[in-house]
Design a protein around this ligand. Structure first.
Ligand code: HEM
Length: 427
């Protein structure tokens, strides 16, 4: 990467940021959503977008929808709406794709999450059975033992960080076991995951860009080693399966292989940590909900479902029109980016009664869009639900008197939302 390229990129980033900031100040609803401070409550802005109409135009050249019905329509219609990386909302040549001979493989932008059917299905089908209900039943003892192990570690401390020492550890332990990642390598995940997740709504500064480049390089090196190791010592893990070419399937191209492994690794924990973190934060702030849960730990699945509705880990995704379309009566030209506000759809009063109330026994909480919809419906939804419910049940059974023990720090993202640090005391 040349110095001139670096300078051009830095300048472009600063200009983009200034443009979004200026439009936000001028009251542009879309620019507001993209420039909210992670500590700000985004829901009043989502309500403003809902009040403005089913499809809202932003001066940034994009549209947004908060309507559950329209979000579902867009997410399920792959002919009219294609994928587009969320980071393109902050369009800059980041130099991530043009460095060396494909040194970087982006876990989101190069993976099947970014592909449209039918290419998308070819890669998704390879790994889908490994996350299906039968496979999950087989993983249950492993997940329970990961949860119990981490609880044992924190239960006796007078004070601990619920996120760093529990909520993040559980999904990392589980996905690393599924992918056959040795224990010694797992420490780096926390850091890598944090950097990639923070960039999911666009790289905002030159410093963040440099962190992202460094992490993508390390991820590529890590993948190369893991793939080589599993090629030599195959097991019954996901990577061994992907590495092995079979008579009816040729070996995957390096980019597809690395992107799939990276996507599974990062999607596997950067989201579930926030399901657990958001749930605990809500319960510690709502004495009645906590009492109800402690007296009925088997309601953990319902609790997790309502947390996913009320405070989802991923707030929005993005699609682009593939042809001129009409959406909610609004004509949209081809190539229009559309922000699908999953978190706002989850509070649509046309679907959820009293949507701004956290109500763990809500009958239709499962209609939420926290896992998206259509072909890209989260592949790990079953795993995340299982991990979330098991972790929450075990945590509050073992530590029913758990309480907040210091200020919470939020993740530095507008899209991936949840606590980053949350000091708690076991009793
Ligand atoms: C609470 C936890 C989770 C949440 C909220 C979540 C959310 C999402 C969302 C919103 C999407 C779709 C984005 C779009 O339509 O553009 C997605 C896709 C995906 N998720 Fe999750 N996820 C979670 C956990 C997991 C886990 C544990 C895995 C483990 C493997 C995983 C793997 C994936 C994969 C592979 C995709 C891509 C699916 C495709 O494109 O076909 N996720 N997730």
């Amino acid at each position: 990467m040349s110095l001139a390229h670096d300078l051009r990129t830095d300048l472009a980033l600063l200009l983009t940021r200034a443009t979004v900031w200026t439009h936000a100040r001028l009251g542009d609803a879309g620019a507001r959503v993209l420039s909210l401070h992670p500590d700000e409550d985004p829901y009043p802005d989502y309500e403003r977008i809902r009040a403005l109409g089913p499809v809202v135009t932003s001066r940034l050249g994009l549209r947004l929808t908060a309507a559950h019905r329209l979000c579902v329509e867009v997410l399920r219609d792959h002919t009219r709406f294609g994928t587009m990386p969320v980071s393109d909302l902050y369009p800059t040549d980041l130099g991530l794709r043009h460095d060396g001979a494909h040194a970087f493989v982006h876990p989101i932008e190069d993976s099947f999450l970014a592909l449209n059917p039918p290419e998308h299905g070819r890669l998704r089908r390879l790994v889908a059975p490994l996350f299906g209900p039968r496979a999950l039943r087989g993983h249950l003892p492993m997940i329970e033992s990961v949860v119990a192990g981490h609880l044992d570690r924190v239960a006796e401390s007078p004070r601990f960080d619920l996120i760093g020492e529990f909520a993040a550890r559980v999904p990392i332990g589980v996905i690393a076991a599924l992918l056959g990642v040795p224990e010694s390598e797992r420490e780096d995940f926390l850091r890598w995951g944090g950097v990639v997740a923070a960039a999911l709504d666009g790289v905002r500064s030159p410093a963040q860009l440099r962190r992202m480049r460094a992490v993508l390089t390390q991820l590529a090196e890590f993948c190369a080693e893991l793939v080589a190791h599993r090629g030599r010592h195959p097991g019954d893990d996901v990577v061994s399966l992907l590495v092995a070419a079979t008579p009816d399937r040729p070996a995957l191209a390096r980019k597809d292989l690395f992107a799939t492994v990276q996507l599974l690794l990062l999607a596997g924990f950067e989201t579930t940590v926030n399901l657990i973190g958001n749930a605990v934060r809500l319960l510690l702030a709502d004495e009645r909900a906590r009492r109800d849960f402690v007296s009925d730990p088997d309601s953990a699945e319902d609790l997790a479902e309502e947390v996913l509705r009320y405070q989802p880990p991923i707030h929005y995704t993005i699609r682009v029109t593939r042809e001129p379309v009409e959406l909610g009566g609004v004509p949209l030209p081809a190539a229009t980016p559309l922000v699908v506000l999953l978190a706002a759809a989850n509070r649509d009063p046309e679907v959820f009664a009293e949507p701004n109330r956290f109500q763990p026994d809500r009958a239709n909480a499962r209609e939420h869009l926290a896992f998206s919809s259509g072909a890209h419906y989260c592949l790990g939804a079953g795993l995340a639900r299982l991990e979330g419910a098991l972790a929450l049940r075990a945590l509050f059974q073992r530590l029913p008197g758990l309480r907040a023990a210091g200020p919470v720090r939020n993740r530095p993202s507008r899209n991936v939302r949840g606590p980053l640090v949350m000091p708690v005391a076991p009793r």
